[in-house]
Design a protein around this ligand. Structure first.
Ligand code: KG4
Ligand code: ZN
Length: 354
């Protein structure tokens, strides 16, 4: 069976055809995965502009879907279902994908499957590497999310913790902006950090111990927080500027040092929390997915720590780490096989819970 996946939750319009393999260990194969990125449009504004994003999705969606079907050499009649990201994300953007998927499913007489964006990121690990030994602890870390999930059964995701303020990717983007490095910040900081000293400046690490009043059901000690770190970088940069009457720009070496130190603090906090959770829940594997999982230091430290702890580690390929429709197709197939389909009154939900 082949499924068409559609993803429009933020600033990537993506469509993919994913096929069942019949092999329980490696259940899915990607036939196509077409991504139209809007980064060049939003870069000019220093971040994603929701209204521009939804308008661009409208322009791109038909062509992207046609290309995904072409590349997979699949006709509408060759599909068994259509999966679409229902949320969370920008509501105007989500609506384009949801409306398109509903119309296409109605026209082609296909079942519709509603997918949670983060279930897609979690299943990108299985799409890439095959089924994870369960229970697994997965860190989903992107521009919008930093959350730990426990997966005890395939397709059942239990939230363990999340960020109290900024997502890790958001912190990367904000720090890059204040250093004048452009958008998106993650890839630039990652590149510049390679030339920096990661102990050059003092930056705080945040370790939370109490439950969040807004989420008393979570213990809270596995939560993340990145806004203090971002503010500390801001203070450091401001301090450098006003200490000198000529307000010199930071030297390339100083910028590299800030990037390296910031990256060390972020990566350490992500890795520590992930492995704390793995120990607490006696996980048999751990994984990291989402846009920030493209980070070179995070990937290296995950693998190194996994070897040391003798626990298998899972990462998506770089293409599957940022937003894409193949992961939505994979999560959609999992849900479809579990008997979950959506009706035609499906609506986008910007704050959908997993
Ligand atoms: O998953 P994604 O494509 O979109 C969201 O759902 O947010 O993630 C995008 C985020 C951005 O904040 C971007 O700066 C970050 O992922 N990112 C990185 C790297 N590549 C992308 N962060 C750190 N290091 C990278 N190499
Ligand atoms: Zn995402």
């Amino acid at each position: 069976m082949r499924i068409l996946g559609i993803e429009t939750s933020c600033d990537e319009t993506s469509a993919a055809v994913v096929e069942e393999t019949g092999d329980a260990a490696t259940p899915w194969a990607i036939r196509s995965n077409v991504i139209a990125s809007q980064v060049s449009i939003h870069r000019e504004w220093g971040g994603v502009v929701p209204e521009l994003a939804s308008r661009q999705h409208i322009r791109d969606i038909c062509g992207v879907v046609e290309r995904a079907l072409d590349e997979a050499r699949t006709a509408w009649t060759g599909l068994g279902a259509i999966a679409v990201t229902q949320g969370p994300g920008l509501v105007g953007s989500l609506l384009i994908g949801v409306s398109f998927a509903k119309a296409a499913a109605a026209a082609a007489g296909l079942p519709l499957v509603a997918v949670h964006h983060l279930a897609g990121h979690i299943e990108s690990l299985v799409l890439q590497n095959g089924e994870m030994p369960l229970p697994a602890v997965v860190l989903v870390v992107s521009g919008g999310h930093t959350s730990l999930y426990l997966v005890e059964q395939p397709g059942a995701y239990q939230l363990l913790s999340r960020t109290r303020d900024d997502a890790a990717g958001e912190a990367y983007d904000k720090v890059a902006k204040l250093l004048g490095l452009g958008y998106p910040g993650g890839p630039v900081i990652d590149r510049l950090a390679a030339a920096g000293n990661d102990r050059a400046i003092q930056l705080p690490t945040t370790r939370l111990t109490h439950a969040d009043r807004n989420a008393p059901e979570l213990k809270g000690d596995l939560d993340f927080s990145f806004s203090g770190l971002k503010t500390a970088v801001l203070r450091h940069v401001r301090g450098r500027e006003t200490a000198n009457t000529f307000r010199p720009a930071l030297s390339d070496q100083e910028i590299a040092d800030i990037c390296a130190t910031f990256q060390r603090v972020v990566v350490t906090s992500l890795i520590e929390r992930l492995f704390d959770a793995a120990r607490r829940y006696q996980a048999r594997s751990v994984g990291i997915s989402g846009g920030v999982s493209a980070n070179s230091r995070l990937r290296a430290e995950l693998q190194e720590r996994g070897v040391r702890r003798e626990i298998p580690t899972f990462l998506p390929s770089l293409k599957l780490s940022t937003d894409n429709a193949a992961m939505i197709g994979a999560a959609g197939l999992r849900k479809f096989r579990a008997g979950h389909t959506a009706s035609f009154d499906l609506n986008a939900d910007a704050a959908l819970a997993l």
